[in-house]
Design a protein around this ligand. Structure first.
Ligand code: NDP
Length: 253
């Protein structure tokens, strides 16, 4: 465990499963109050229940990051329950892999809406919280979960997904210009293959099998291992920012 996370007020998007769930569980275990956002109420409630059973504080907030009104309502609920947020993890994301000639326009649009516009929307919604928390002398963090796909070349079927993640990485870089001078850290994490349910949402059978094959071949990371990285970076002294982290299985090529 790392010091300094007790008493933090965190928001984790996409906390119903996978990496987001693990991050929410870990931050709560470190003593942070954690608001969990995602669309599936039952899955979210189950995670929040697990956190509370372990003595942590959790608020399940059903929200869709692609929807302005939904995010605005979530912000109100979080403020009412927990006050000013000082740690935001933009983790919600989808990877609907497809060869470009087969990619339904709707799927590409949904990836852009979730992975890019969703991150922008949630960041805007909590920007004042982060700068206000920092102005009060509290640690303040924005953590964006991008992907190594932001840099890959030569893989099949992930062009649009990779482009959304490259956008997240560059968004993180330029947000530092706005947030850094006001003592808000921006950490961009680019995971490699991690064992979650993300591939199960892929419609194309061949692509889904290809992804499952990567988990076999590379020896995937566990979500809890990435959660440990998030706990580490957000618990450093507030003047120190680990900006950009690629975290991959050793065997991934
Ligand atoms: P999961 O599918 O397990 O988790 C995605 C989470 O996002 C779910 O909790 C889902 O919940 C939520 N979500 C999806 N759409 C929305 C939305 N519109 N509004 C709110 N929440 C939403 O996958 P991972 O844990 O693997 O993915 C988490 C992040 O990690 C993603 O950004 C992904 O791109 C990134 N990543 C994953 C890698 C991997 O190998 N697994 C590698 C590199 C990066 P619900 O459906 O209930 O809304």
């Amino acid at each position: 465990s790392y010091e300094n996370l007790a008493g933090r007020t965190a928001v984790v998007t996409g906390a119903a499963s996978g990496i987001g769930e693990a991050i929410a569980v870990r931050l709560a275990a470190e003593g942070a109050k954690v608001a969990l956002l995602a669309r599936r109420a039952e899955r979210l409630d189950a995670v929040a229940e697990k956190i509370r059973a372990d003595g942590g504080q959790a608020l399940a907030v059903v929200a869709d990051v692609t929807d302005d009104a939904s995010v605005a309502t979530a912000v109100e609920r979080i403020h009412a329950a927990y006050g000013t947020v000082d740690l935001v993890v933009n983790n919600a994301g989808i990877a609907l892999m497809n060869a470009i000639e087969d990619a339904p326009a709707e799927e590409s649009q949904r990836m852009i809406d979730t992975n890019v516009t969703g991150v922008v929307r949630v960041t805007s919604a909590f920007a004042k919280d982060l700068t206000a928390a920092a102005a009060q002398g509290r640690s303040a963090d924005l953590v964006n979960i991008s992907s190594i796909a932001a840099h890959l070349t030569g893989f099949q079927g992930i062009a649009v997904y990779g482009a959304t993640k490259a956008a997240v990485t560059q968004l993180s870089a330029l947000l530092r210009g706005e947030f850094g001078p006001r003592d808000v850290r921006v950490t961009n994490i680019e995971p490699g293959v991690t064992e979650t349910e993300i591939a199960t949402h892929v419609e194309d059978d061949g692509m889904r099998e290809q992804l499952a094959g990567l988990v076999e071949a590379f020896g995937a990371l566990a979500p809890a291992e990435l959660a440990d990285v998030v706990a580490y970076v957000t618990s450093r002294p507030r003047h120190m920012n680990l900006r950009q982290l690629m975290v991959l299985p050793t065997r991934q090529v």
